[in-house]
Each structure stands twice: as structure tokens, then as C-alpha cells.
Ligand binder design. Sequence first.
Ligand SMILES: [Fe+2]
Ligand SMILES: [Fe+2]
Length: 173
Amino acid sequence: MCSYCGCDSIEVIGRFMAEHVEIINATGDLRAGVHSGDSAAFGVARARVAALLWPHTEAEESGLFRIMAQDEVYASHIETLCGEHQTLAGLLAAITPGDRAAMARFEDALRDHIDKEDNGLFPAAAIALDGPQWVEVHQTTPHSHDGGEPHVHHHAGGHDHHGAHPATPATRG
Ligand SMILES: [Fe+2]
Ligand SMILES: [Fe+2]
């Protein structure tokens, strides 16, 4: 797990990892909805997954991914991960009530994708990015999906950020 290297103590990485847990939990509810064959429960559960997943992938792509992709070492891997975001959209849309195979295709792809981030890209980012790059990541990452009004984090104050800094509790609600 990523906690071995401590990269989850970086604010945006910790946020993304926490969102992965929320997304996986919502996916469990979706699986239950699919297996029940109840189209109303299924519809609510799929909307919940989508409401968590797309702000999350957008946040990854607009901040952390964009900046990591500036390094050619990571560019093609980032491209793969962005492609998987697209694939996941198609797989989620293809699920219908009672279609366990379609549900499994989505869930397997989602878990594989999250594993690549939690245990691959995020630890790599903790090593690869320097202080000013983390400031840029934080400044260009849209705010959390459930945080109400979007707002900009101001990092231009009198203190410096150097690489991994202690976690700041995510502002939510
Ligand atoms: Fe992702
Ligand atoms: Fe992610």
C-alpha cells in the first residue's frame, strides 16, 4: 500500500486515495443494485458512482496528471491512465440491471485502475515532483466533489512548501 512511502500524507494524494475508497464503496452498492435487478435502486447507485467518479478523474487530470505528464518518463503512462478514464465511462454506461458480467467488467477495470494510481503513480509523484510543482498541483486541482462552492487555495503566503508537507485536513461540506 501507498502508506509505506507516506505519499498519502501529501494533501492532494491523500484526497485522491480517500476518494478511491468512496468510489469503491459506491461501486459495492452499485453491484448490489445490479444483482437485485431493481432498476430504481440500480439507477440511484449508478448515479452515485458517476457523481463521485467524474469529478475525481477530472481533478486528477487537470492538476497532478497534467504536471506529471510534462516529464517524458511519465507521459505515456499518464496517457494510459487518461484512456482508462474514458474506458471506465463506457463500461459504467453499459451496465444494465441484472447484467452481472457488465458489472464485473466495470468493477475489475476500476479496481485495476485505482491500483495503478495508489501503488504506482502516486508514490512516483511523491518522489518526482518538487515543492513548486506541488504548489501548482494544488492550485490547478478543482476542489473536492462534495465541497460545495469551488474555491481556490492560496499558496502565495509567506511560508514555503517543500515536497511532502503534513496533511491538511480536506475541506469538505
Ligand atoms: Fe484515475
Ligand atoms: Fe483515481
